[in-house]
Structures are given as C-alpha cells and as structure tokens.
Ligand binder design. Structure first.
Ligand code: FES
Length: 183
C-alpha cells in the first residue's frame, strides 16, 4: 500500500480509485461517510489529500469530511503500520496500569498514541475492553493477545517486533489455546 499520508498530492492510481468510488456514488453530497468508508476499504486510510479530492468532486467541504473522519473511530488518517498495537484502556485494564503500558509502547516504538511510527513499523492505539478483564493489563499486537503485562514485558515485546523476531509466543495463547499467533 502506498503511503500518501505525508504527500500533498495524490499519485494517479490513488486518484483514479477515489474518482471511481465517487462516481459510483453519483457524486452524491449526502454520501460523505459512505465514500470515506469505501476509500478507506480500498486504500487502507483517508489522508488529507484524499479528503481534498473527494471534496473537489462531490462539493462536500473538506472541513465537513475531515470532521467525519476525525469523529468516527473507524477512520484512519494515516496508513497502518506493519504491527498494529492496541492497548486496552477499559476500566479494569486502566486500573491495572494500562496508562504505563501505552506510555512504554509509544516510547519504545516511536509511534504517538493514535498514530503510526515514522518508520511505518508500528501503529499504537488505545482501545476499549478486549474481553479478558481479569487478565489485565491487556494488549494485542496484530492478532496476538498479551496479558498481565508489565511495562518491562511490553518493552520487550516491542523490541522483539522491531528486530523482526519470530520466536515470541503469545502469553494469551499460552493460557487460552485457540488464539492464533500473528506470525
Ligand atoms: S478492561 Fe481490558 S480487557 Fe476488559
């Protein structure tokens, strides 16, 4: 997937994908959310240049589209990193120290919370309850769930991913067979 998030213009293939989606929605001013969803489904995210293109074609103001894209958590404004790290900030995990886990992960990966690291390797997000509250703090990296984390354990996991280590086991998979490791 091409990273257009830091560009101010779109490459021709990205532009033609967007144009096709807008045309399929009949240039409809009321289809802002639908168009954004379809663009994200095709391209993985909706960057400011993409929003400007949609705006130009539909007549929906760029600020209205940007408001939609920032209001709904489903939209990403930049491409997702190779590793998607989601730290649970539900009540139980919050009380168990999720804030420290997020702090550690953002420092170790270089990805600000809600963003992708400059090297494109990590995207770090805070998420709501992941459904294993008694095992917090909980974090997922791609499809693997890690439980009862400490900042040190989180740091080690991030480091192993940075190095491309394939030997790390899921702490969740250890205790709950059936969870698929991400590598
Ligand atoms: S609060 Fe974190 S898993 Fe439920």
């Amino acid at each position: 997937m091409k990273d257009d998030s830091r560009k101010t213009t779109l490459d021709p293939s990205t532009r033609s994908i967007i144009d096709k989606i807008v045309q399929e929605n009949n240039l409809n001013k009321g289809a802002g959310i639908t168009i954004l969803q379809q663009v994200q489904a095709s391209l993985g995210y909706v960057s400011p240049p993409m929003i400007r293109r949609i705006s130009k074609l539909t007549g929906i103001t760029a600020s209205a589209l940007y408001s939609i894209a920032t209001f709904y958590a489903q939209f990403r404004l930049e491409p997702i990193g190779k590793h998607l790290v989601q730290v649970c900030h539900g009540t139980a995990c919050h009380l168990a120290g999720a804030e420290k886990i997020t702090e550690t992960i953002t420092m170790e990966t270089g990805a600000a919370e809600g963003h992708t690291s400059p090297d494109g390797k990590f995207t770090v997000e805070k998420v709501a309850c992941l459904g294993c509250c008694s095992l917090g703090p909980v974090m997922t990296i791609n499809e693997t769930t890690h439980i009862r984390l400490t900042p040190e354990a989180a740091r080690k996991l991030a480091k192993s991913k940075k190095k491309g280590c394939k030997c790390e086991k899921s702490s969740h998979a250890d205790q709950q067979p059936g969870v698929t490791p991400d590598e």
